[in-house]
Design a binder for this molecule. Structure first.
Ligand code: PRP
Length: 190
């Protein structure tokens, strides 16, 4: 584990088991619907690894459309407000859309994405997040599929980054506070 990671929150094995369960749940939900009309929309960049693992467990036909949104650029640890970096490149009118993201924190990213996609008249619009920080998103904002509820800590690994680092870590871990928040000065002047 890199020294900047304070502790492991979720291991790669736990993630793999949960991704398989989510895929079963998703497959059951879309069973009976016209599966020719499913479009998965992973939100880049953080969800790439989660989406790739999830897609490999989904037995049905699907189109994939990509959107890129950034809320925590560089060394930001609080949301700067979501910026749409890349617009969806496929037509989703009349299709069943499943948005896939790695984490639901303040909910601003998914809020923007759902507004954008809702305007395109999909047949249905659902959301799947691997992680959800309890109590952070607006009340009533409930994703259809959630991997893990987590505490309010800054997490990295399995696609999630801090200043472009740690995306390739197989586990999800808590970033040491001193890395992103200056430690309290050892002595202060009066
Ligand atoms: C992260 C993450 C989610 C979003 C969630 O993206 O991938 O998309 O933040 O935060 P919110 O619920 O507070 O809006 P980030 O801005 O770090 O971009 P990235 O995916 O390219 O790393």
């Amino acid at each position: 584990m890199p020294k900047d990671i304070e502790r492991t929150l979720i291991t790669g094995q736990q993630i793999a088991r949960r991704v398989a369960e989510l895929a079963e749940q998703i497959a059951r939900t879309y069973e009976g619907m016209d599966q020719n009309r499913l479009t998965l929309v992973p939100i880049l960049s953080g969800s790439m690894i989660f989406a790739a693992d999830l897609i490999r467990q989904l037995p049905m036909k699907m189109k994939i459309g990509l959107m890129a949104v950034s809320s925590y650029p560089g060394m930001s640890v609080t949301s700067r407000g979501p910026k749409l970096r890349q617009q969806l490149d496929v037509n989703v009118a009349g299709r069943h859309v499943l948005v896939v993201d790695d984490i639901l924190d303040t909910g601003q990213t998914l809020g923007l994405v759902l507004e954008e996609l809702g305007a395109r008249k999909p047949a249905s619009l659902r959301t799947c997040v691997l992680l959800r920080k309890a109590g952070r998103a607006p009340q009533g904002f409930v994703p259809d599929f959630v991997g893990f509820d987590i505490e309010d800590v800054f997490v990295v690994g399995y696609g999630l980054d801090y200043n472009d680092r740690y995306r390739s870590e197989p586990d999800i871990g808590v970033l040491r506070a001193g890395i992103w928040r200056p430690r309290q000065a050892a002595c202060t002047t009066s």
